[in-house]
Design a protein around this ligand. Structure first.
Ligand code: CA
Length: 221
């Protein structure tokens, strides 16, 4: 899952990015509000963590602009302004959740999981797909109740498939999800990850849609 983190504080931003990357999210981190506004117009994210106190523009303006342009992804706001009025203003402007600084990273992660569940219509914290289960909290994948060892990137990729069970995903979109902006990606890297997922789970789990991308096999059959 690709997350946009907008936070001008170096230490906090680094802490959040490291924690989320370790959790299997792909986090793209910007420190400027104007850059964030631009990125929201041109890039595809699934969730935004937005600091309200930015040096150039107010986070509330970014929130307003995003909702006005029809962006419907979950937005969690971070704020040091712990007055009730600010929280209400944020929620009324279209935020889905908020955290008051300072906060525990474990709480941020739990809130992100809850937002992600709601976003994808999962009620249960554990996602089931036929013979497979995935626990977003522990990042554990099982097949026929056996724990399967996946690398961090394989887990990120597989979670993306589970969250989009009926969609054909293009290679470019999957590269964004798994690598974000940070890394020069080898042209066949997604193929390699998919190959490993098929080997570790089962061959038919991910279908190749020729010339388009990949799709998770439906488990009704
Ligand atoms: Ca700030």
């Amino acid at each position: 899952m690709r997350i946009l983190l907008v936070e001008d504080d170096q230490v906090l931003g680094e802490g959040i990015k490291t924690a989320l990357d370790r959790e299997g999210y792909q986090t793209d981190w910007l420190k400027s509000g104007l850059q964030a506004k631009q990125a929201l117009l041109t890039e595809e994210f699934e969730l935004v963590i937005l600091d309200l106190g930015l040096p150039d523009i107010d986070g509330i303006d970014i929130l307003k602009g995003a909702r006005k342009s029809g962006l419907d992804i979950p937005i969690l706001i971070l704020t040091a302004r712990d007055t009730i009025e600010d929280k209400i203003a944020g929620l009324d402007t279209g935020a889905d959740d908020y955290l008051i600084k300072p906060f525990e990273l474990s709480e941020l992660k739990a809130r992100l999981r809850a937002l992600c569940r709601r976003r994808h219509g999962h009620v249960e914290p554990i996602i089931e797909h036929g013979r497979i289960t995935y626990n977003p909290a522990s990042l554990e994948v099982t097949l026929d109740n056996q724990l399967i060892e996946l690398s961090r990137r394989e887990t990120t990729l597989f979670a993306e498939f589970l969250n989009n069970p009926n969609r054909v995903m293009s290679k470019a979109k999957l590269e964004d999800v798994v690598y974000g902006w940070d890394i020069e990606v080898e042209s066949n890297s997604i193929e390699v990850h998919v190959h490993h997922l098929r080997k570790k789970l089962y061959t038919g789990i991910i279908k190749t849609i020729r010339g388009v991308g990949y799709k998770l096999e439906s488990h009704e059959k």
